[in-house]
Design a protein around this ligand. Structure first.
Ligand SMILES: [Zn+2]
Length: 107
């Protein structure tokens, strides 16, 4: 007797949504951000289109940033991609220790 394998991942997906708040900005929150920025990209000031705007957490959701208008901003897809890439590389980069120039010979 075998069970369909698809059941397990579905259960995981629903338990995840119990986390406080929602990751996605709600429609009224998006409207507030949009009005605040007058429909322009927060980074490059390009005029945004309603169907092409990306909403970004100023403090990342993964670090406890809420999905509120205060913690959100509207970006064009180009800037959003650029910022996501930057955040990912910053997370991956480990803090660098200054290289010692003291000769090993002296301990
Ligand atoms: Zn932009």
């Amino acid at each position: 007797m075998s069970f369909p394998k698809i059941v397990a991942p579905k259960l995981f997906a629903t338990s995840k949504s119990k986390k406080k708040g929602k990751r996605n900005f709600s429609t009224p929150v998006k409207g507030k951000i949009w009005d605040r920025q007058r429909g322009r990209c927060d980074e490059c000031d390009k005029e945004l289109k309603h169907d092409q705007v990306d909403f970004d957490h100023i403090k990342p959701w993964s670090e406890g940033g809420p999905s509120t208008a205060e913690n959100g901003r509207a970006l064009c897809s180009g800037c959003h991609a650029k910022i996501s890439r930057k955040q990912n590389s910053e997370r991956a980069a480990k803090p660098k220790k200054p290289k010692s120039t003291w000769p090993k010979l002296f301990g």
